[in-house]
Design a protein around this ligand. Structure first.
Ligand code: 1CP
Length: 324
């Protein structure tokens, strides 16, 4: 969950010297260095590659840039024929620096530190491709899917294929686990959620398994509520990343019985620190840590988070022991 980033002074320093954000992602030396920064400080059990979900639309020929303070800006797809203009042929070559960073990281990381590769899930990536930026209501992307599901399916299918290839290349370069981020899955009603989020996750899982049978996958269908259980049953993912809103006792009884779970500390509890952080962390550990479980946040760490809160969290989790 974004363990690198602006809450670390060494990250801010490197970014201030580096070029634009996308170039930083696509320069192996920098991607490697930023990935290692939080590991040096906290010795987490796993390192997540520093990259972004939007390197894929960039590699497909769409104009993508990141603006300070605003976030990503893309040249939005506005009609079905824009999908046909995407440059699928050769897209993987344009992502070669990502795989080079993975290879170097696997060589540089301590052997016990798991390296996680990742990609955005088709719906979340499609939402940026159609909205052109972060959105509150996803009206353009959702309306496209409702009005013209045939062309929307074409975009999702293209993203299933290219995302699976992108993940397979990361695994072949040395990623030992893969995470699929569907950060905006929670905006759909049930039927659409199954079609645009669950089915694509399963399709990607199957493609990746066929190429790399031993590499586990963690899905993050953020905000899907009760459908977390359905994801556990049918997505094929070995792990599910629980968002902050998922009730833990329910998750223990309905999700953790089927897959490994990770989560779901509120990033704002970590930002606030103190008693709230301590209580929330203890509640998660006491409810979930007796079965296959990875301690994590429910969403990305916020730039204003004090580093000392992260260290306190790491110490708390490492000191936890199952009740005798
Ligand atoms: O630990 C890490 O840094 C891992 C690398 C990582 C990951 C897994 C980054 C670097 N981005 C992501 C995934 C990502 N990118 C997601 C899915 C996870 C999530 O929901 O957080 C999404 C939606 C994006 C798109 C994105 N990238 C946005 C828009 C978010 C929104 O609200 O619409 C933004 C602002 C970024 C920039 C970005 N990517 C990564 C970092 C560290 C940053 C911040 C850049 C900076 O402040 O310098």
């Amino acid at each position: 969950m974004r363990q690198a980033g602006r809450y670390l002074p060494e990250y801010r320093e490197l970014r201030a010297q580096a070029g634009d954000f996308l170039t930083t992602c696509l320069t192996p030396e920098m991607a490697v260095e930023i990935t290692l920064q939080p590991i040096r400080r906290f010795a987490f059990d796993a390192a997540i590659l520093f990259s972004d979900i939007l390197v894929l639309p960039h590699a497909l020929g769409q104009s993508v840039r990141f603006e300070e303070g605003t976030g990503p800006i893309l040249k939005a797809l506005t009609r079905a024929s824009d999908i046909d203009d995407l440059a699928v042929r050769g897209f993987i070559d344009r992502l070669a620096p990502v795989y080079e960073a993975v290879r170097r990281l696997r060589a540089d990381l301590p052997a016990q530190t798991t390296l996680i590769g990742f990609a955005g899930a088709p719906w979340t990536v499609a939402s940026y491709m159609i909205e052109g930026r972060s959105s509150k209501d996803f009206a353009k992307a959702k309306a496209w899917a409702y009005r013209d599901p045939v062309s929307f399916q074409r975009l999702i299918d293209l993203l299933i294929e290219t995302t699976a290839d992108h993940l397979i290349c990361q695994a072949e370069a040395g990623a030992e686990a893969l995470q699929l981020f569907d950060s905006w899955a929670g905006v759909w009603p049930e039927g659409a959620l199954r079609r645009w989020c669950l089915d694509p996750a399963r399709a990607i899982r199957e493609r990746v398994r066929a190429a790399c049978p031993d590499v586990p996958m963690i899905a993050f269908p953020r905000g899907v509520g009760l459908l977390y259980e359905t994801f556990a049953e049918t997505s094929g993912a070995e792990g599910l990343s629980l968002d902050t809103t998922v009730p833990l006792v329910w998750a223990r009884d309905h999700v953790q019985t089927k897959v490994t779970v990770q989560g779901n500390l509120d990033p704002i509890a970590l930002l606030a620190g103190g008693e709230a952080q301590r209580e929330e962390t203890a509640r998660i550990l006491d409810t979930l840590a007796a079965k296959p479980f990875i301690f994590n946040l429910g969403h990305g760490i916020l730039p204003e988070t004090p580093i000392v809160h992260v260290q306190t969290l790491v110490d708390h989790v490492r000191a936890w022991r199952a009740p005798a």
